[in-house]
Design a protein around this ligand. Sequence first.
Ligand code: HEM
Length: 532
Amino acid sequence: MSQITYFALASTFISLIVVFYVRSIAQRRARTLGRPLPPGPKTLPILGNMFNMPRVRPWIVYRDLSHVLGDIIHLHVLGQHIVVLGSAQAIYEYLDKRSANTSDRVQSPMIELSGASFNLAFMPYGQRWRRHRRSLWQYFHREATEGYKTTQQSAAHIFLQELCERPSDLRDIIRLNFASVIMKIGYDIAVQSKDDAYLKIAKDAHEGRAEGMVPGRFLVDFLPFLRHIPPFFPFAASQKLWVKWKAAGDRLKNTPFECAKAKLARGQPTQSIVANSLVRLGKMGISSPEEEEIVKNVGAVAFEAGIDTVLSTMLSVFSGVSLHPEVLAKAHAELDEVVGPHRLPDFSDKDSLVYINAIIKEAMRWHTVLPMGVPHATVADDEFRGYFIPAGTMVLPNTWACMHDPEVYEDPDVFRPERFIRNGKLDPTVQDPTAFSFGYGRRICPGRYFADSALFINVACAIHVFDVTPPLGEDGLPIEVKQGHTDGFISHPEDVRCTIKPRSATAEALLRSHATSARQSSNEGEQVTPDC
Ligand code: HEM
């Protein structure tokens, strides 16, 4: 080729780059209308804020950044815009009031890689999500959850006996309690021991969600081609984890569903969310794999989304109460007055047990289960407080920061249920943690009423019959526990060792007799079924 041809090619190439550059600036101007992005840390060329993305306890890093930059922070990593909302006001204004545009989810490859594709919590805002949500909501709206209270109460009685006999297995016993209720109402499957195969399935699936869904933890979030590196490649440690997590997610979705479906096919009488949904589809003459998939996914999401969130909140209650004898004493005094020593609390006591309700609120505040919520995303270009927010921006609510704002909650790191009470009643002027812990806008947790009654009945019953005090060492002296919270998408109190003993011989007799009745009535209702 002659020098002239080279020159012509080079100048054409440079002209094209200039045209594209000028056009992209013009397009960006047209989109932003000159509005700035929210403030954020300085960016590097191409990589943006890649090295500003916190990998450990992001809620604390973002809270500190908010103190410097304000309650709307912008970060930019390899083309992905991220906005962090750092105050209750900003979250309310953007995620609640403007939820028509802020209810999407960023479609990270980690959703599939962590085995969570079936989970409506991660689906994009649209028809598929709407159909799943509607299908779940019909079984979990406020009135529907009234129908589960008898099952929840019986399970709470069995929970007390389990705890009395194996107090050091607190974590497993809470898990068993929640699983037994949700498996019964979801699939009509009886889960009776901590070694149950379904509990193992849930535990395995949880690992993928807890580790994999922290935004920015895996590089594949920003470099999606990394998912195609095979697990046998050297240094492909993440890829090996993804294979394990995906298989665990599939087991969670399919195993209990197939069991419930087989029961129906055998013509056994069965009542459950999955069975009722399948029967309804049958009556309507609908037998599409797509509809069956929704039923399957809804069953699995109720099991998965509830188990670790409720577990974490219950652990926070036990941790808070064991470390604060004055709280336990006040709770006992209230239960003695309202319920008395000869019966266990039930749902009709809820409004009278003000201090117990305050303990649950404080546990949710003190220890925020989903510290950064579940990330939302914008559907279209938007303006918020004069800033330009591009379509597809990931919006992270710093729920933990709101729950630990010293302007709102004095001494936020202290467990103090009294902060919610005035003149013997729950104080409506104090910011209610449940308005944050269950998320925001159109994506607000659809399991909140169910969770609320599960927490109430188990906490009220447990505190009524047990003394919960610090753990003791071999020398009989109290051991100091570490008051931290684990890292991850769902956070748990770090050290929940405590001493759990019946308050009195009367309390022990009471809990044992109720557990016996609960086991008898659940066995009477139980059909003899072959294993699935
Ligand atoms: C203490 C217990 C619980 C807590 C703290 C909790 C918290 C949350 C939070 C923060 C979200 C994200 C909301 C948002 O995007 O802004 C959420 C979503 C969700 N929760 Fe819960 N949850 C709890 C119990 C439950 C239970 C028992 C169920 C099921 C029966 C459940 C089912 C779901 C589902 C399906 C979603 C996804 C909603 C969507 O994306 O549309 N949760 N939850």
